[in-house]
Design a protein around this ligand. Structure first.
Ligand SMILES: Nc1nc2c(c(=O)[nH]1)N[C@H]1C(S)=C(S)[C@@H](COP(=O)(O)OP(=O)(O)OC[C@H]3O[C@@H](n4cnc5c(=O)[nH]c(N)nc54)[C@H](O)[C@@H]3O)O[C@H]1N2
Ligand SMILES: Nc1nc2c(c(=O)[nH]1)N[C@H]1C(S)=C(S)[C@@H](COP(=O)(O)OP(=O)(O)OC[C@H]3O[C@@H](n4cnc5c(=O)[nH]c(N)nc54)[C@H](O)[C@@H]3O)O[C@H]1N2
Ligand code: SF4
Ligand SMILES: [Mo]
Length: 693
């Protein structure tokens, strides 16, 4: 037998991918005693051996003293968590789940998943909910991530895949517009592609209320008031149309709906855009000129534009810009979304989302139900219908018609959910909270049952990166004693709650089943298997058969709607759900810093990563007005709560806006829970606040 291509010369070194973000940087792991040494994997095309600080230090959770290594049960008498055997924990858990289901019906049990889980885990979790528990109540943290881009992509282009081209394609474009992305800090190795784009003579444009390290690499920086990106897009459409820069041949042959968008954009002349967005009309004209003069251009949106109550509309407006210029499907051109979590893409395709079955099939579609039920070996009628979106699911917990038990796999809700002051009491109101995690996250600390599971280097599974490239994470080391493989845990739990069908525990087998379930669906993985990924270093979906080469680039001939045409969608600006006023005169926005990941559950435990939060970024003019000093505490308040944090006085932020990273407990006590009507995305990126010393 030939040695698999992904093995390196050293027998114990394993080629795999980073445990964190959607870039899924290739890396090589070398076990060293109790830790894991991370080494480059130079040939992997997305990062070419480069990693960010989080990637280089990712081995630190291996053998970490805070790693969970025994199931824990909450002792009713003392209220404290105590160690238990796996059998005791799972027996108790299954017994209580069965009892709750018998008393209140199957929807009494809810499941909350994560975009960091492998495709195999995400698929099994959806099956656990729909088949073993029979509940409709499942959703996941990806709803808070790229759901607005997903709903906009589906609506306009007929499919939802983060990037419709390999990331390296950006190097060949002439103008790259980043709308609400701080790529240099959130996907640092991707910065090499920006640098090459500029070396090739291309321009980078960054739209962000803060002048970020990404903006430092840009040729043009627009700093809008948070929540006004939609208006910028309408203003651009206005200018492009007036300049005769609309690609009429493309619009006529490949799209529908332009006339209505053109009419709507007519009302958004640059000075009106400036009044709403704060972006000088001259800057908008400069951007319009850049785009009008380019053959090839790309618009990439990220959370800054998407995490709004108008997130879907905002992305649609930017897709309108891309379509007007005839970009999607053209080489080195188009619109894409920079997805976030390691498996943000695959995690939403295979059944964790409240309204979806594997393969990106809709759960209310009878043909989709029949197909997936066939693969699962159950009756289509036995499958529940659509459930609630992430925030709505949490908001209903413990209420009359909400779930009484919640199983959390791969999310630290107590920190990362919007309006945690409202969500944490919902978690506390549950009869039963179960958390599977690697560490005692803030959510696990609230649980009645804590289940310690394997992490990335201790298990095999696939991830789908931001490009739609399915990659393989290989098991590199044995898990610590006491920790359970998560696929085995899900299978065991399914059996104990009386699943009518068995669950496989082998990742390759689960992936093959996922392939069958996805076959013929929008995200078709049927032609992909673990060995093929090893040989080809990633395969792009859709890939319907083993002979199919995979699809690195979408839309070259047609869009994914039945008629092959893209849809212009007319949208109107409504503004943030909570406008500023005299009591709360500032815009609060939230986001990330380079050295921390998400709720911080993992990265705050890595000693080499700076843990210097929480902090509040504010402009010197604002600091002067309220008497705040750099490095000293300030208090941020909103109608929902307050946070005391260290002031960082920086002239890179708008004077009317403050920024708080959400990696530390408390940021989300402040955030608003307004949801986008289509995607159910919470408005993480803007609400009204006040700051005092
Ligand atoms: N270091 C690090 N990297 C990560 C993560 C992490 O936690 N830490 N998480 C990963 C995940 S899950 C995700 S989703 C991605 C997110 O990646 P990004 O979207 O790049 O990250 P954010 O910091 O959330 O937001 C990006 C920028 O949006 C800006 N912004 C705020 N409000 C607005 C607005 O109204 N309009 C515009 N145009 N911009 C606005 C913020 O100032 C911020 O600089 O990062 C991934 N990579
Ligand atoms: N204010 C504000 N809030 C936000 C955002 C924002 O920009 N601003 N962004 C939102 C976005 S984009 C996202 S993606 C969410 C993310 O927020 P969370 O869902 O809280 O993300 P993580 O901190 O990555 O949580 C993952 C948890 O799962 C554990 N874990 C890791 N791997 C595994 C595994 O394989 N199995 C199991 N069972 N557990 C595992 C980790 O230890 C950690 O406790 O936050 C959202 N919240
Ligand atoms: S950019 Fe993302 S995938 Fe790459 S090393 Fe950093 S966290 Fe890991
Ligand atoms: Mo995310």
């Amino acid at each position: 037998m030939t040695r698999p291509a992904t093995r390196t010369a050293t027998r114990t070194a394993t080629r795999t991918h980073c445990p964190y973000c959607s870039l899924q940087c290739g890396m090589t792991l070398q076990p060293r005693g109790r830790t894991l040494e991370v080494q480059p994997w130079a040939e992997f095309p997305v990062n070419e051996g480069g990693l960010c600080r989080k990637g280089w230090t990712a081995g630190g959770l291996r053998g970490h003293r805070e790693r969970l290594t025994s199931p824990l049960l909450r002792d009713r008498a003392t209220g404290a968590l105590r160690e238990a055997s796996w059998d005791e924990a799972l027996d108790l858990l299954a017994g209580r789940l069965r009892a709750l289901r018998a008393e209140h019906g199957p929807d009494a049990v809810a499941v909350f998943g994560g975009g960091g889980l492998t495709n195999e885990k995400a698929y099994q979790l959806g099956k656990l909910a729909r088949v073993a528990l029979g509940t409709s109540q499942i959703d996941y943290n990806g709803r808070w991530c790229m759901s607005s881009a997903a709903s906009a992509g589906n609506r306009a282009l007929g499919v939802d895949r983060g990037l419709p081209f390999p990331l390296a394609d950006v190097e060949g474009t002439e103008v790259l517009v980043l709308v609400g992305s701080n790529l240099v800090e959130t996907m640092p190795p991707a910065a090499r592609h920006l640098d090459r784009l500029r070396e090739n003579g291309g321009r980078v444009v960054v739209i962000d209320p803060r002048r970020t390290p990404t903006a430092d690499r840009a040729d043009l920086v627009l700093q809008p008031v948070p929540g006004t990106d939609l208006v910028l897009a309408l203003g651009l459409l206005h200018l492009l149309d007036a300049a005769g820069a609309v690609d009429t041949a493309y619009v006529e042959t490949r799209t529908t709906g332009w006339a209505a968008v053109k009419a709507a954009a007519a009302g958004w002349w640059p000075e009106r855009v400036e009044r709403v967005s704060g972006v000088p009309a001259a800057q908008l004209r400069e951007l319009a000129d850049l785009l009008a003069g380019a053959e090839k251009a790309m618009v990439l949106t990220a959370r800054g534009a998407e995490q709004h109550a108008q997130g879907t509309a905002t992305v649609l407006a930017w897709i309108d810009v891309a379509l007007a210029l005839g970009l999607p499907g053209r080489p080195h051109s188009g619109w894409g979304c920079l997805t976030g979590q390691g498996n943000g893409q695959g995690g939403r395709e295979h059944g964790q989302k409240a309204d979806q079955l594997p393969g990106y099939r809709m759960i209310d579609d009878p043909a989709a139900r029949a197909h997936v039920a066939g693969v699962w070996g159950v009756e289509p009628d036995s499958l529940p219908g659509p459930g609630r979106s992430a925030y709505e699911l949490l908001e209903a917990l413990g209420t009359e018609d909400g779930a009484k038990a919640l199983l959390v796999f791969g999310s630290n809700i107590a920190v990362s959910a919007p309006r945690t002051g409202h969500v944490v009491p919902r978690l506390e109101a549950l009869d039963l909270l179960v958390v599977a995690d690697l560490v005692m996250s803030e959510t696990a600390a609230l649980a009645d049952v804590v289940l310690p599971v394997t992490q990335w280097a201790e298990e095999t599974g696939t991830m789908t990166n931001l490009e739609g490239r399915v990659v393989l994470r290989e098991r590199a080391v044995e898990p610590p004693a006491g920790v359970r493989d998560e696929l085995a845990l899900i299978a065991d739990l399914a059996a104990r709650v009386g699943s009518p069908v068995p669950f496989s525990t082998e990742a390759a087998e689960v992936f093959a089943e996922l392939g069958r379930a996805s076959s013929g669906g929008r995200a078709d993985y049927a032609g992909i298997d673990h060995d093929r990924i090893r040989r080809e270093e990633g395969v792009f979906w859709p890939c319907p058969s083993p002979e199919h080469p995979g699809t690195p680039r979408l839309f070259t001939e047609r869009f994914a709607h039945a008629d092959g045409l893209a849809r212009f969608v007319t949208v109107e600006h409504a503004g943030p759900a909570e406008p500023v006023d005299d009591a709360y005169p500032l815009h609060l926005t939230t986001g990330r810093v380079l050295a921390q990941y998400q709720s911080g559950a993992q990265t705050r435990r890595i000693a080499e990563l700076p843990d210097d939060g929480p902090f509040v970024e504010l402009h010197p003019m604002l600091a002067d007005r309220i008497g705040a000093h750099h490095g000293e505490p300030v208090v941020v308040t909103t109608r929902r709560g307050e946070l005391k944090a260290t002031a960082r006085v920086v002239d890179t932020i708008r004077p009317d806006t403050v920024f708080v990273p959400f990696h530390w407990v408390g940021a989300n006590r402040l955030t608003h829970d307004a949801l986008d009507p289509a995607s159910r995305m919470p408005e993480f990126k803007v609400c009204a606040c006040a700051v005092r010393t």
